[in-house]
Design a protein around this ligand. Structure first.
Ligand SMILES: [Zn+2]
Ligand SMILES: [Zn+2]
Length: 263
């Protein structure tokens, strides 16, 4: 089927909206019509090749949308389900079997390889391979060919624009506060702003960590910060944000997290 996607053509190139072909689903894949996508520091450093993701590629790893097709082995979601998309993992290594899929032995290949484990991609352009499957999804597009392990069914009524950034930024920030820092509810913590190492990234504060701090009992400053960022994005925002928004009619937010920098 024909889809539209924000393609990263070469190192540092602006996201380019293009028509691509999305091929047949594999048995363990789900076609998701993307309704919202966050944009994360990891997308930008992969675009800029700080992380060597093969190009041309469709990035995006915080998608949310509606299931439009399922592969033959998929049973956990069905047509019409509302889903969020998150990182991928193998499901069969010792860490995945213990429920610790963030420590999957193939976490790098499954998320930064921008291809299926066998090296193929569902995405192409006039017969030429375009790398997809970024974090098991490549959600900077009208449709994502997602791996079933990247798909999480949402309850009715959950706003897809809110659900999308849970795919990376919010869960990473919440994990940092609740698991690594082990900050109990009601405690007070300090949340630092992102380092301004590159002017293109605008010294973004880490809204995910601020939101997690808010959940852990801090003041409501986090929510206020995040809302102000959303409204600035809606009124035009920076170049990349605007491009992605028009690609997938997505609500966007820019974040960087300490975990992303480690990846
Ligand atoms: Zn694994
Ligand atoms: Zn991320």
């Amino acid at each position: 089927m024909r889809i539209r996607a924000a393609v990263t053509e070469s190192e540092g190139a602006p996201f380019a909206i293009e028509e691509l072909e999305a091929g047949e689903l594999r048995p363990d894949e789900v076609l998701v019509e993307v309704k919202a996508a966050g944009i994360c520091h990891t997308d930008l450093i992969c675009r800029d090749q700080w992380m060597p993701v093969p190009l041309p590629a469709v990035l995006g790893h915080e998608g949310a949308g509606i299931v439009r097709e399922v592969g033959a082995f998929v049973t956990k979601v069905a047509l019409g389900d509302r889903v969020a998309l998150t990182f991928n993992s193998c499901g069969s290594c010792s860490n995945c079997l213990k429920g610790r899929s963030t420590y999957c032995v193939d976490i790098f290949g499954r998320n930064f390889g921008a291809a299926r484990p066998d090296g193929t991609s569902a995405l192409s352009r006039e017969g030429e391979l375009v790398h997809g499957h970024f974090f098991g999804q490549s959600s900077f597009a009208t449709h994502a060919v997602a791996h079933v392990r990247s798909v999480v069914k949402l309850p009715e009524g959950v706003d897809l624009g809110i659900a999308a950034p849970f795919g990376c930024g919010i869960q990473t920030g919440a994990g940092g506060v609740l698991n690594s820092l082990q900050a109990p509810a009601g405690s007070s913590i300090a949340v630092s702003c992102g380092a301004k190492s590159d002017p293109r990234y605008d010294g973004e504060s880490t809204s995910a960590r601020v939101l997690a701090a808010s959940r852990a009992g801090s003041s409501a400053a986090g929510a206020t910060l995040d809302r102000s960022r959303r409204s600035s994005n809606a009124s035009g925002g920076s170049g990349p944000n605007r491009s992605i928004s028009s690609a997938a009619k997505a609500s966007t937010s820019s974040r960087s997290t300490s975990a992303d920098r480690r990846r």
